[in-house]
Write a protein that binds this ligand. Structure first.
Ligand SMILES: [Zn+2]
Ligand SMILES: [Zn+2]
Length: 243
């Protein structure tokens, strides 16, 4: 499995980083995105990934820096004559939130006839779903977004990864990342903060993780400037990892 961190930033562009977007390829061409923040279309172009090649977008939770790029991805496909269907898998309520976002940004855009279909599926906690060659399992975490929020576990034919999404500490992170090759984990702040993960808590829990590699993402300005950040591997936009 080849993983490209397309966007490693928080919601506010801290450190000049794009919002969350992770591209996953079983072989060469990324066909799956994990999260699609509002800046993701630009970030995909920066990584020379053709948005029309993406089959599936798996969404961790319904915040704009994690799903706000979907209207742009869909409209880009419409204007560039995409024919490949797009499957979106997200929390309960994703279909309505996507329609609302499309109508708020481009009135009438949710009703347009296109050459491709957009299928919206919903996560069921701890239930594995087969998506092509990948198996994706969501694990509910602790983050307020008007809908359930999930950590995601992705297993391919030759590798596996997990992604925390945004969350306070929960042991669900240990389950989601158990034995995976790569755990991309939020490292939002140096000290504990409501609804997010912090370096202090992660340090305390670090011994309990069984993943091969733990890489931090979604860092705030204070986390990016933290003195002990050198104790961690930190993602950046364009980081490629084979897992
Ligand atoms: Zn969030
Ligand atoms: Zn976020």
């Amino acid at each position: 499995m080849n993983v490209t961190v397309v966007g490693s930033g928080d919601a506010f562009g801290s450190g000049g980083r794009f919002q969350t977007c992770i591209a996953v390829a079983i072989e060469d061409i990324p066909r799956v995105l994990v999260d699609c923040g509002a800046t993701s279309l630009t970030a995909l172009r920066r990584q020379q990934i053709d948005p029309n090649e993406i089959d599936t977008v798996v969404i961790s939770h319904l915040h704009g820096d994690h799903f706000g790029g979907l209207p742009f991805l869909i409209l880009d496909g419409q204007f560039r004559r995409r024919t490949r269907d797009l499957t979106i898998v997200g929390p309960a309520g994703t279909r309505a939130r996507l329609t609302d976002a499309m109508e708020a940004l481009y009135s009438g855009s949710s009703m347009v006839e296109r050459r491709f279909d957009v299928h919206v599926l919903e996560h069921v906690d701890a239930e594995a779903r087969r998506l092509g060659e990948l198996t994706v399992t969501p694990f509910e975490v602790r983050h307020a977004s008007g809908a359930p929020a999930y950590a995601l576990r992705l297993e391919g034919p030759h590798g596996s990864m997990a992604y925390s999404g945004d969350t306070e500490w929960t042991d669900a992170l240990l389950t989601a990342s158990d034995d995976v090759g790569l755990f991309l984990c939020e490292g939002y702040s140096p000290a504990p903060i409501r609804w997010h993960l912090d370096l202090e808590t992660l340090s305390r829990q670090r011994e309990r993780f069984t993943c091969r590699d733990l890489v931090l993402t979604h860092l705030s300005p204070t986390a990016l400037a933290a003195a002990d950040l050198s104790d961690w591997k930190v993602a950046y936009d364009g980081l490629h990892l084979a897992v």
